[in-house]
Write a protein that binds this ligand. Structure first.
Ligand SMILES: [Mn+2]
Length: 347
């Protein structure tokens, strides 16, 4: 299935110079997808010019890269420090589907001769693709990671992946699927195949267990202390605010029992909201945080979106009431669900 989607695109890439990148401050899923897709292209084409570039690499990604480089001393990942002087024909973006998530030099971003191609697993609407002619992509939001999509592409073309790349892809799948909490049977099947006989699962878990720094621990503690409980029937929504690590704080709020967590943080002149909901709850009630935030972002001219159980949005400082609107939309999903299920509505 993926093969038919990608065939035309591969035909187009022949003899082109390509920049491969991901969202700013790349995470393990974005990073491993880029590395594996670059490897795939070099196996598929006899000759191809690719440049791997990231605008920032997250701390946890960096520490995993270091572990990989120590483990495989003859494996080195060639990454370009800057995209300023690179001349290219196409840009492949993995693990993102909106241009504002990727900082690139103007001569690349505002050049209509350059085609963009996206491979991603975040929810997006077809109508949002800017300049539809030169933008195409494989966007499959039922996948819990982009690493899985890239792995399946390589399988459909019978490309044998190297051991370090298998390590990277497994790490990408595990971290993005919340160690399978947001995953499905397919995520587990893919990881099983990637492990083969020669990678030990516990070894990867150990490699991923980097120490949490104390500022993150403090953010989590403060986030829990400040959390406000909002009820809709028996559903528990938690609202809190921290100065950073909003995503990990939201995850902690779910762990302590909230069904949905909304964590606000200050980013420059904006609020950044990180929302999380339990996967099972999304599946049963139809709650899709990414769609709610995508709608809100259109109504208020900001950027937002994501998955059903994990999403984010930027809000201007003067639009604090939008947070209440988001809460109301979430409550409405629960209200409608309870009504349908004939659960007595408690207000
Ligand atoms: Mn991802």
């Amino acid at each position: 299935m993926l093969k038919s989607k990608i065939d035309n695109f591969l035909y187009f890439l022949e003899k082109k110079r390509i920049l491969i990148t991901s969202h700013d401050l790349v995470d393990l899923d974005g990073f491993s997808s880029v590395i594996a897709f670059d490897f795939f292209l070099h196996q598929y084409f006899k000759r191809i010019d690719t440049y791997i570039y990231f605008n920032g690499i997250s701390n946890s990604t960096n520490s995993f890269i270091k572990v990989i480089e120590r483990k495989f001393s003859d494996y080195n990942i060639k990454i370009f420090d800057s995209a300023e002087d690179i001349e290219i024909d196409a840009i492949i973006v993995l693990d993102a589907n909106k241009l504002h998530q990727i900082t690139l030099p103007d001569h690349l971003k505002e050049n209509d001769k350059i085609s963009f191609f996206f491979i991603d697993h975040h929810y997006f609407e077809e109508s949002q693709l800017e300049n539809a002619n030169s933008h195409q992509g494989i966007i499959l939001d039922h996948y819990s990671s982009t690493a899985e999509i890239v792995y399946e592409i390589s399988q459909e073309f019978n490309i044998l992946l190297t051991k370090p790349i298998r390590y990277l892809l497994i790490a990408g799948i595990l971290t993005d699927s919340g160690y399978f909490r947001f995953g499905n049977n397919n995520s587990i099947k893919n990881v099983t195949e990637l492990l083969k006989e020669d990678i030990i699962y516990q070894d990867i878990l150990y490699m991923l267990s980097n120490k949490i720094d104390s500022s993150e621990k403090i953010a989590k503690i403060k986030g829990v202390q400040r959390s406000e409980l909002i009820k809709q029937g028996n559903w528990l929504i938690g609202l809190s605010h921290v100065s950073s690590f909003e995503a990990s704080v939201a995850n902690i709020l779910l762990k302590i029992g909230f069904d949905v967590a909304i964590v606000v943080s200050n980013k420059d002149n904006n609020y950044r909201l990180s929302l999380r909901a339990k996967k099972q709850l999304c599946l049963s009630t139809g709650l899709h945080l990414g769609k709610i935030l995508e709608e809100i972002s259109k109504e208020y001219g900001t950027e937002g979106g994501g998955h059903d159980g994990a999403a984010g949005i930027y809000l201007k400082k003067d639009s604090k009431d939008v947070i209440d609107i988001i809460i109301e939309r979430i409550k409405k999903v629960f209200f409608d669900y309870d009504k349908k299920k004939k659960i007595p509505i408690i207000i």
